[in-house]
Design a protein around this ligand. Structure first.
Ligand code: ACO
Length: 225
């Protein structure tokens, strides 16, 4: 397996990987019925493409598997730079998004992040935001996600970030982040994300029961992975 930084030139390949693996498999996408395996989702794709432009993302490629001379992307971690005000701006833009599933997911995530404000708590001017973690379904269980998170921490450190964050939506990603020294700052049980009539908005399948907002502080390189 080879691990490479993702540049804007890899955008199409990365989105193709996500369409076949992340879009339909991630617990909240699944609960919202966001899209079928292999199909596109314009709102989520532009969210992913935006992160790629920050040039902090990493991919795993299988050099042995090639399609038209291009190595197969088998895993990605999309990392973006988050600044104060970005989340409030993204939340206000949600109203104009016509994808109801996308709105349900990002309303939950954005409101949670505004309520549990890591910028205020840690007094930082920007954060390294681990936004999307995805591994091809036929390559799972081989430590690829673990390696992608480990490399993301190294990229954050190299670029001088003091704080990393991730909204981990399933129990496996939560375990992965914690094993790399991330700590839980806050949690949102899915059963408590309800509409005005008390109905659960995102009926997320077991074993995933809550979203965890995780963080990792980097203090002069003395943190533990
Ligand atoms: N069942 C049991 N344990 C699991 C599973 C599983 N399905 N998936 C991962 N794990 C555990 C592994 O046992 C391993 O534990 P260890 O370090 O103690 O040995 C650890 O999690 C890491 O395993 P990896 O092999 O590195 O994980 P993998 O490469 O299989 O990728 C991932 C895990 C990314 C969650 C993958 O299943 C996936 O793409 N799922 C769909 C998309 C998704 O849910 N992404 C995370 C959303 S949150 C976010 O994006 C910020």
């Amino acid at each position: 397996m080879e691990y490479k930084m993702i540049g804007p030139e890899h955008c199409d390949q990365v989105l193709e990987h996500l369409r076949r693996n992340f879009f339909a498999d991630e617990p909240l996408n699944k609960a919202a019925g966001l899209c079928q395996n292999g199909s596109s989702c314009a709102a989520l794709e532009s969210h992913c493409a935006e992160a790629i432009l920050d040039r902090m993302s990493v991919m795993a490629v299988d050099a042995k598997e090639q399609e038209q001379g291009v190595c197969k992307v088998v895993g990605v971690v999309l990392n973006g730079i988050l600044k104060p005000g970005d989340t409030a701006k993204a939340l206000s833009k949600l109203d104009t998004n016509d994808d109801a599933g996308f709105r349900k997911i990002f309303d939950l995530l954005h409101r949670h992040n505004l309520k549990y404000n890591l910028f205020e708590h840690f007094d930082v001017a920007c954060m390294f935001d681990v936004r999307i973690l995805s591994v091809d379904s036929s390559y799972r269980g081989q430590g690829i996600a673990n390696e992608l998170v480990k490399r993301s921490v190294a990229v954050a450190r190299k670029n001088g970030f003091r704080l990393l964050k991730a909204d981990a939506t399933g129990i496996f990603s939560q375990k992965i982040f914690r094993s790399h020294g991330f700590e839980v700052f806050s949690e949102q049980p899915y059963s408590k994300y309800t509409d005005v009539d008390g109905r659960v908005i995102l009926p997320v399948e077991a074993p995933h029961i809550k979203m965890q907002q995780l963080y990792k502080a980097i203090c002069g390189g003395a943190d533990q992975d």
